[in-house]
Write a protein that binds this ligand. Structure first.
Ligand code: UD1
Ligand code: CA
Length: 452
């Protein structure tokens, strides 16, 4: 097991986002940026992750599963890392410093930095890159023999230093002990009046410690998000990455450009996704499903062999071989069991629908428990709300509910019962009975002739 600990800097406001939300909580591929960073850290084998919060700290703490420490005033990246001193002092091993606004990071990139740090055997290794346009970044200054000397921020750099194309990615590995001993020596006598974390590198170098700059070619993975336009660009990249992973794992995406799948979604083999489909949140989908066109699934759990089109499902469970659509809305806390068929213009809310039951057309099923092999005729409505309270409807196995019936809850239709079309059912229907809850038809003979 590795000894890797990460510190993720996430105290900044992200002014250019122009948002009430802290920058690191803006979502990319359905997940807050900081959670993408945490996932990359975990994939690299980090055993402990500490997030430095500040602006909107309470919100950030709620959104993540990691230790947090507060930086009350944002006095610079060095000051931010210093806030973890109490938590880390006395710990041996390596800390990797990351930023919470870099959602494209991968476990592999972080692993390669960590391995480089171990291989080189210095006290600090900074991840750098050579870029065509270094504007805005700290520049890596090397000695004439190419060894690392220091990082200068653009605002403090001479003209000559500004011409350097090797930049600081803002990602580092430090040996914990040396990091904190040097951090206490960092000063804020610079253009921004901030305590700069990269100054630690120069301080340690001056003491004769070995400092390395590890240049990556995968620089695009370290890109930080500062604006909504960059957020949208990252969104495109992460969605493509997700789609490529799913296709590599045996999922067919008919048109990846119009298929939007969140980072944490899981999909089984030989499932086919048609265009204009959104699969979001913690949705899990089995094998051999055919989904879309135009389906939106949020936090849904689907078994195998489910087919659906023009459908919206959220926070619901759908078992094997269910058919959905078109124009179907499955609302939270619903469970559709195997072989259920839900047809045109049907809404289901907070209901259990038993195996092989059919809701083929134009129904509202709310707060209900429907048994197996039930046929709910076209236009069946559960009347679940009296204006004040909601009540449940229960329908037994093999019941047959005639078209255009109202089941006024609380009410129970027992097993094998029949309900005549057009009934308004206000009382329980016993097992195997036929219930008729409508006015009898009257025919007045020759009525129209007499009227003339
Ligand atoms: C930093 C580096 C720069 C590097 C660049 C890469 C410093 C001084 N400079 O510059 O060399 O090229 O990253 O992107 O470190 N933060 C806090 N508390 C603070 C200040 C910042 O938590 O007091 C967080 C921010 O929220 C952000 C990260 O640290 O996530 C980086 O801070 P930022 O101000 O964006 O640094 P840069 O100017 O980009
Ligand atoms: Ca930045």
């Amino acid at each position: 097991m590795s000894d890797l600990v990460t510190v993720i800097l996430a105290a900044g406001k992200g002014t250019r986002m122009k948002s009430k939300l802290p920058k690191v909580l803006h979502k990319v591929a359905g997940k807050p940026m900081v959670n993408h960073v945490l996932d990359a850290a975990k994939a690299a084998g980090a055993v402990r992750n500490i997030v430095v919060t500040g602006f909107g700290g309470e919100m950030v703490r709620q959104a993540i599963d990691a230790e947090c420490v507060e930086q009350k005033e944002q006095l610079g990246t060095g000051h931010a890392v210093l806030q973890t001193k109490e938590l880390l002092e006395g710990t041996d091993g390596v800390v990797m410093v990351l930023c919470g606004d870099t959602p494209l990071l991968t476990g592999e990139l972080l692993t390669s930095l960590y391995e480089a740090h171990k291989r080189i055997g210095g006290v600090a290794t900074v991840l750098t890159a050579i870029v065509p346009n270094p504007k805005g970044y700290g520049r890596v200054i090397r000695r004439p023999d190419e060894t690392f000397l220091k990082i200068v921020e653009e605002k403090d750099a001479t003209e000559e230093e500004q011409r350097v194309k090797e930049i600081n990615s803002g990602i580092y590995c430090f040996n914990i002990k040396e990091l904190f001993s040097a951090l206490s020596e960092v000063k804020n006598d610079n253009a921004q009046g901030e305590y700069y974390l990269p100054d630690v590198l120069e301080i340690l170098g001056a003491k004769g410690e070995k400092i390395a700059a590890y240049a990556t070619k995968n620089y695009d993975l370290t890109l930080g998000i500062n604006s909504r336009a960059q957020l949208a660009a990252a969104e495109k990249i992460l969605r493509k990455r997700k789609n490529d992973e799913l296709m590599a794992d045996g999922v067919t995406l008919m048109d990846p450009d119009t298929t939007f799948i969140d980072a944490d979604v899981k999909i089984g083999r030989d499932t086919v996704i048609y265009p204009f489909t959104w699969i979001e949140g913690n949705t899990v989908i089995g094998e051999d499903c055919e989904l879309g066109p135009n389906i939106r699934l949020q936090n849904a759990t689907l078994g195998n062999g489910v087919t659906g089109q023009f459908t919206y499902v959220h926070d619901a469970v759908i078992d094997d071989n269910v058919t959905l659509g078109q124009f179907v809305h499955i609302r939270p806390d619903s469970h559709l069991m195997s072989g259920v068929k839900i047809g045109n213009f049907v809404e289901v809310k907070n209901s259990n629908v038993g195996n092989n039951t059919k809701l083929p057309h134009l129904s509202y099923i709310g707060d209900s428990d429907i048994g197996d092999d039930v046929n709910m005729g076209c236009g069946t409505i559960t009347v679940n709300y009296d204006g004040k309270k909601k009540f449940r409807t229960k329908v037994g196995d093999r019941a047959f509910v005639g078209c255009n019936s109202n089941l006024v809850a609380p009410v129970e239709v027992e097993d094998d019962a029949y309900i005549g079309a057009g009934s308004t059912i206000t009382e329980n229907v016993p097992k195997s009975s036929l219930a008729l809850g409508r006015a009898r038809q009257v025919n007045i003979h020759e009525w129209n002739d007499k009227r003339k």
